[in-house]
Ligand binder design. Structure first.
Ligand code: AVJ
Ligand code: FE
Length: 442
């Protein structure tokens, strides 16, 4: 491994832990009744996420890294194991009450900051360059995004607010760009915080394809609705058609038709639908049906990553579409600075070398791919992070959303969910294969 400045890494980790905690506290600064209430059967009560954040931190950084004894009795400790108790049953468990939950996470954090000050960030694979701490920062931020989705599902008056995302309508010049065929490097061996499913780096041959420069917007999605897209079986995956009918789905989640116009409920407020805003809260089947209606398709996961990372000038893969530098607010709508996606074209500085916009942030992008390990995958440090989800049940999402923290996403980051899920901040962009005539030209 290359030289690294241990003191600097320590400082960065402490700052990231503190920043994650500020977000967690904001998302859990609600009445005790709100904190223990299950706002949707799809989600945990916020009080579970809170103590689970502290419990994972204790498990990895105090017990594993520092060899300490458990802080909670075993019967309580195990209530925060996501595998023993699915989300539906969590509100019925004898969980820690709000106040004890708050003191528990606070107590763990105090001890963790002490450990971080003195433990060598080398010598053990888990500690190398502070990986275990980075993993816990990401874990907290992932739950912060999950808690944000819980807030979006809450009934009642708004509790969160943030300045609106950029609404500028500057569209990327070309509708689509050609990504040249050939091999590129997918995944990573060098991203210090990359999780097991992002590794190892490997060459993938991706034939030439076209990808849209912009995310599908509300205006475009409404054309699909107005054209009867939800009533036309031709566009739908058979499972999707069945689900659409059984669940009575006729529009993205949180949309409401009022006469000839639409409104959208956004964190407890009703808003007019912004035409140029990327569509959000669609499931994989809706994205797939829209793409078929539009004569297009979803990109595969490899296509998405090539569009996001491949630099045709150097032939190498970048960390982010704009280069190797960490995201700033000028690059992407990340980090819950805004509670909505920004207009298509709002982040020209974040575009990829080939001119694809908003690959990072705004909305998670559905890909056509199911979730599998890369060739040479090794589960680490725990099988339950991703390996147990490999198979054809889940579809991969890429790029992060306005609700994802920069510390928890990069162009190699892989998210996954069931194709019927749409309470997540999910949208999509379209791609297409070359026609025979086009193939003869390139
Ligand atoms: C990567 C978002 C699918 O929330 O299930 C949190 C992240 N893993 N705690 C999830 C995660 C364990 C995970 N996703
Ligand atoms: Fe978790």
């Amino acid at each position: 491994p290359a030289e690294f400045d241990e003191a600097q890494v320590r400082e960065r980790l402490a700052a990231d832990l503190i920043r994650a905690r500020e977000r967690t506290l904001l998302l859990t600064s609600v009445d005790d009744t709100e904190l223990v209430h299950q706002h949707s059967p799809l989600m945990s009560p916020l009080v579970w996420d809170l103590a689970h954040i502290g419990n994972q931190e204790e498990l990895w950084l105090l017990r594993d890294v520092d060899g300490r004894d458990p802080l909670l009795p075993e019967t309580v400790d195990q209530l925060y194991d996501a595998f023993q108790y699915p989300r539906t049953v969590r509100p019925k468990l004898p969980l820690l009450e709000p106040q004890p939950s708050r003191s528990y996470v606070n107590d763990v954090r105090g001890k963790v900051l002490d450990v971080l000050e003195r433990i060598p960030l080398r010598g053990r694979p888990l500690l190398e360059r502070g990986f275990a701490f980075g993993m816990i920062v990401q874990h907290e931020q992932q739950h912060d995004e999950t808690m944000l989705a819980t807030h979006q599902l809450r009934a009642g008056e708004a509790l969160l607010s943030a300045p609106p995302a950029p609404r500028s309508t500057t569209r990327p010049h070309a509708r689509e760009v050609l990504v040249p065929g050939g091999s590129f490097t997918m995944g990573t061996d060098i991203e210090p915080w990359a999780l097991d499913n992002e590794r190892p780096a490997h060459a993938v041959d991706v034939p030439a394809f076209f990808i849209d420069t912009a995310l599908v917007t509300n205006r475009e999605y409404r054309e699909f609705i107005d054209d009867g897209g939800y009533d036309d079986e031709r566009w739908w995956h058979p499972e999707g058609w069945k689900h659409r009918r059984e669940a009575g789905i006729t529009a993205p989640q949180f949309w409401k038709r009022e006469g000839s116009t639409w409104t959208r409920r956004v964190f407890g407020r009703s808003e007019p639908l912004h035409d140029d805003q990327p569509v959000v809260h669609v499931n994989w089947y809706e994205a797939d049906a829209y793409a078929r209606w539009a004569g297009r398709r979803l990109p595969t996961e490899a296509e998405w990553e090539k569009a996001a990372r491949f630099d045709p000038a150097s032939g190498r893969s970048r960390r982010y579409p704009w280069g190797d530098d960490e995201p700033t607010p000028a690059h992407a709508n990340l980090g819950q600075r805004h509670l909505e996606p920004a207009a298509a074209g709002a982040y020209p500085q974040g575009r990829s070398p080939l001119g694809v916009h908003q690959l990072m942030g705004d909305v998670w992008e559905w890909t056509s791919s199911t979730f599998h390990g890369y060739p040479g995958f090794r589960a680490w440090p725990y099988r339950e992070y991703s390996e147990v989800f490999f198979g054809d049940d889940y579809r991969v999402l890429r790029g992060g959303s306005f609700g994802s923290d920069p510390s928890a996403v990069r162009a190699t980051f892989r998210n996954w969910d069931y194709p019927i899920r749409r309470q997540i901040f999910s949208g999509f962009r379209c791609a297409r294969s070359l026609t025979d005539a086009e193939r003869d030209l390139v």
